[in-house]
Design a protein around this ligand. Sequence first.
Ligand code: DGJ
Length: 725
Amino acid sequence: MAIITDEQNKFFRLVTKNTEYQMKADNFGVLKHLWYGKHVNTDMDYLLQYPEISFSGNIYEAENDRTYSLNTLPLEYSCEGNGDFRVWALSAEHPDGTRALDLRFADFEVRKGGYAFPGLPAVYSDENETETLEVTLEDACSNICVTLFYGVLEELDIITRAAVITGGRETVYLERAASLCLDIPRGEWEWVHFHGRHAMERVTERAKLVHGVQESSSVRGASSHQQNPAVLLCSPDCTETSGECIGAALMYSGSFSAKIQLDEVDQTRLVMGINPDQFRWELRSGESFYTPEVILSYSADGMEKLSHNFHKVIRNNVCRGQYKLAERPVLINNWEATYFGFDEEKIFNIAKQASELGVDLLVLDDGWFGKRDSDCSGLGDWTVNENKLRGGLGKLVERVTGLGMKFGIWFEPEMISEDSELYHAHPEWAMTIPSRKPIRSRFQLVLDMTNPEVREYLFNSVSAVLKSADISYVKWDFNRHIADWYTPTLGKDNLGEMPHRYVLGLYELLERLTNAFPNVLFEGCSGGGGRFDAGMLYYTPQIWCSDDTDAFERTTIQYGTSFFYPVSAVGSHVSAVPNHQTGRVTPFESRAAVAMAGSFGYELDLNTLSDDEKNAVRGQIARFKKYGELIHNGLYYRLSDPLSDKVAAWEFSDGKDALVQGMVFRTAPTSLQLLVKLRGLDPDKNYRLDGTDFTASGAALMSGGYLLPRTWGDYVSFELYFRQI
Ligand code: DGJ
């Protein structure tokens, strides 16, 4: 039993294999957070403190007791106007303009199985894998209710959290409605977040918490390249393999906020959910507002264990469809090979060479439709450009599939070019503010995904293409952020609903299309990894990780991505040198080693390679297929930090075998050989390095390590396969 309740004392314990979470409603009905950490098997109420901190609000029922304050107690869900001056999870404007709320325990329910809310992605599972606790709190004055949902996946050490806000006596406007409030009254914490920019996503940054609020957020209408909706709190001594950490990943692809506050008495609060800066939601009596879900995990054994928990839950309980655990096709994408300059012969020749070398799938990227000879025009017109693809799409698909390859195609459904037939027919479908000139980005505007007519058009036009030929894969791109928040479908008082309604519209369309085409592999993309989040992974089991295909830079991007997201979710390709984003030249094998730590493919014209390089491609594909099971189903270990070490090294292991790959950055003369220490092996077993006579015990390889071969030149990769004997 993962959820243990003590009804009389209103005490709730969520117990997973290695973790325990506790909360309790006190005599005032205030739901206090007691614990999230290792198993303790004790009511942790005894650790609560009631300090008298001046300028803290005291609830009226506390009478003359100045020590009872919601400003200092750890709470399960904080709200505005009750004397708690820390970050609020919930704020609402009442009809009289006031904003106070005071949530007290009303009810609870425990049941088998998970939960899901209308129109939102959610962690799913077998009935026996999850138990759900619902705790309802009520504001007596307004009758507004908040039901806190806790989904407990015992085996995976995962707890999901979300909130449902139900309207009370009168209509109110929600001004913030977070998914998660997590108070941690004990200990010193640091935080890790993942920042970046286009073509440099998810750079890991770890910092000591400072007093006040630190935030990871987006106001871009997408989860963004700039900050990722996943954060980590860790003890200062936390490493990959030791120390405490808590991870929280929001299943949401729009504007988000994760605020971490270190308060006046050194307590920590994390509030995570839809970004309140772009949110105002009319909540009528009896109606419910559903927040997106947060996936939470705790590890007492460092970040590696935490990452493994997230990788498992995302692979097994977030990603869906026939590809979620299946071997992914090795693909060739024509983007960096041709950009917009192609015709059917050029594409066919790329496919032909690729098929001869063992590639499974050709992806025809941007430029195949409408008047799309550059990025200035054509978006929205999802019909083939026969000036480029003479004979039509069907003919090209037939020729490519005739080679024994699968065919995939690029769309950017949410966008519209002013220079397009769609814009001339429906200018009102583009998001623009009537009294202003629109903001352009990559010359394009965004379609109003809150409008059902737009979604219907997109469903029909994308479906028509997918039905017109034997298409097995879709790349779903999104190449700008949203500034012009206006829709004629909502009145002026409700425009604050638009950013969230946009995401709901996107999810509805993705749900419809993925259901209509269950055999198609959908890959997410947003100028690379600008919408790399657990929400998108519910619809698209892999996401193009970054537009930066430079193998050296990719080690940093993929390192940051790996804290929450599994390797199978990471689209990663071998591209040409000098690299198109950085001009850097890295060896061919190094580019392959880095791309193999993902869902593997190529993004160059293989016809331009020498015979030796073509043979290398054959070998790389064969190796990826040989190791594919271990790479995607094994556990992933970060063996070094590419931001600070001389080497990027990672390992895939199932405990029996281990594949260690990586790249050396700073080759130095007259120095000792670099060393990597393996992890996840059986210390008592011996391992042989493939292709050599070298053997060592798991204990030796993990404690002592393995000396990397000397390298000549920079960015040289290594690949070591240790087999248990
Ligand atoms: C951005 C993507 O990340 C690229 O791979 C490519 O598809 C371009 N868009 C096409 O416009």
